[in-house]
Design a protein around this ligand. Structure first.
Ligand code: HEC
Ligand code: HEC
Ligand code: HEC
Ligand code: HEC
Ligand code: HEC
Ligand code: HEC
Ligand code: HEC
Length: 251
């Protein structure tokens, strides 16, 4: 019995240390405020009201009135669990963009529950979106930041309320995730219509979406979380072709 207690205390101390380590220096300087030692089993969570007295000034104009200042004040109507895969999710987008850099510090664990390698979800929710390890979480954070503020294609989608789940589906994307053409074409297709849109008036055959390359992966040219490049130009240096999400123009 005694041994079990000691183990439990050791686990708690470890979890606490880990949480403080995970937080930014500002949070770490005042851990007593965000981390309550006795009540937190695995990872600390702050609730919305730690930072927001109420939501009235934050919700969109014309939105139904909201009672309370907890996460459940929103999830009463906006049910989480990655619903509506090809529907845009303005709620998820606004919640995330509002707290990620440049607007906020973007600490996922202010709102989420995470146990490394075991689960990732929201407090009060049974469903887990996956089992990210520490390394997976580092990648996810990096990509969330890119999606919220980069010069790449992910940010073009964030601005249109297209969230991770709209491209990647229900599960948290793995470090080697990609997206099939079929998924992109659910929103941008059908292919011949897309090809028609990008047919140059002066040179019909210089069409990125209809060429002698045939059927290729969209990701050959369109990178979501990095610089997009026009693959045609690696052989046809003289073609004038530009692509969205290519990053900042080089000086
Ligand atoms: C660590 C502090 C912190 C916590 C915890 C926090 N927020 Fe925020 N939130 C902010 C800050 C800072 C902003 C930016 C405020 C601004 O733009 O005036 C913000 C902005 C928002 C916005 C506006 C987003 C937009 O589109 O402009 C909403 C909605 C919001 N928070 C909801 C929530 C909800 C719901 C929770 C709990 C699940 C929560 N916040 C937890 C600090 C926090
Ligand atoms: C009484 C039900 C209800 C509650 C509670 C609720 N919402 Fe909404 N919300 C709606 C409806 C209805 C819409 C419009 C349809 C939609 O986009 O889902 C909406 C839309 C939104 C949108 C998208 C607006 C846009 O740009 O399209 C945001 C952001 C949002 N709500 C934030 C919140 C936040 C933050 C909370 C919690 C503080 C919250 N809502 C609580 C019903 C609710
Ligand atoms: C202010 C609170 C808040 C912060 C901070 C936050 N999330 Fe969320 N997150 C939510 C809410 C609320 C949902 C449920 C949205 C829905 O789908 O209706 C959610 C949903 C998700 C989902 C499910 C897919 C989706 O887009 O809805 C993932 C994945 C996720 N968050 C990852 C992260 C990661 C990684 C971070 C840190 C970079 C983070 N979140 C920061 C509140 C937050
Ligand atoms: C859920 C629907 C959806 C999915 C899935 C989706 N997109 Fe988009 N995409 C949009 C929306 C909405 C925009 C914003 C501009 C618009 O309305 O066309 C956009 C913008 C773009 C743009 C920039 C267009 C411009 O004029 O700036 C490109 C390029 C693009 N998407 C390619 C892709 C590729 C490649 C995939 C698959 C990896 C994909 N999209 C998946 C909805 C989607
Ligand atoms: C060989 C490179 C290449 C491939 C492969 C490719 N694209 Fe593109 N895509 C481009 C270029 C270049 C543009 C910019 C063309 C323009 O604006 O006229 C573009 C533009 C777009 C746009 C914006 C169109 C608009 O309204 O201006 C969308 C959406 C898009 N691509 C989706 C896709 C999808 C979906 C796939 C896969 C089925 C795909 N692309 C495959 C090079 C490519
Ligand atoms: C427009 C569709 C789209 C959206 C939205 C999107 N992704 Fe991706 N994601 C892709 C594509 C396509 C790839 C394949 C690699 C690439 O082209 O950059 C990818 C790759 C990844 C990978 C593999 C690692 C890597 O860098 O290649 C992860 C992890 C990932 N995405 C996470 C996310 C998260 C988290 C979000 C939301 C913040 C998100 N994605 C939003 C299309 C998308
Ligand atoms: C791996 C190298 C390679 C790539 C990538 C490539 N091409 Fe070509 N392309 C060729 C070769 C080789 C020829 C035949 C020789 C020639 O006439 O230049 C050709 C011929 C052409 C021609 C007819 C000749 C001309 O210059 O008018 C067009 C048009 C063309 N390609 C368009 C494209 C487009 C659009 C893309 C991207 C979607 C693309 N090519 C990608 C190698 C490539």
């Amino acid at each position: 019995m005694k041994k079990n207690w000691l183990l439990l205390i050791a686990a708690l101390v470890f979890a606490l240390g880990y949480t403080v380590f995970e937080n930014s220096p500002v949070d770490a300087a005042k851990p007593a405020k965000t981390v309550k030692a006795t009540k937190v089993p695995v990872q600390a969570k702050t609730s919305c009201k730690t930072c927001h007295a109420d939501f009235s000034s934050l919700i969109p104009q014309g939105h139904p009135p909201v009672k309370g200042n907890e996460l459940s004040s929103c999830t009463a109507c906006h049910q989480p669990g990655m619903p509506g895969m090809e529907k845009k999710n303005a709620f998820s987008t606004r919640i995330h963009m509002g707290h990620l850099p440049p607007k906020g510090k973007g600490d996922c664990l202010n709102c989420h529950q995470w146990s490394a390698g075991k689960n990732f979800g929201l407090p009060g929710m049974k469903e887990s979106w996956g089992a990210p390890t520490k390394e997976d979480m580092d990648i996810l954070k990096e990509i969330f930041n890119s999606w919220a503020a980069s010069e790449y294609m992910d940010n073009l989608h964030a601005k249109a309320s297209v969230s991770c789940a709209n491209c990647h589906g229900k599960e948290l994307p793995a470090p080697d995730a990609t997206v099939e053409n079929k998924k992109c074409l659910e929103c941008h297709g059908p292919m011949d219509q897309l090809a028609k849109k990008t047919e140059p008036a002066d040179f019909k055959d210089r069409n990125p979406h209809k060429s002698h390359l045939g059927d290729v992966a969209c990701t050959v040219c369109h990178k979501a979380h990095g610089e997009s490049k026009v693959y045609c130009l690696s052989c046809h240096q003289k073609f004038e072709m530009k692509i969205q999400g290519a990053g900042k123009p080089k000086q």
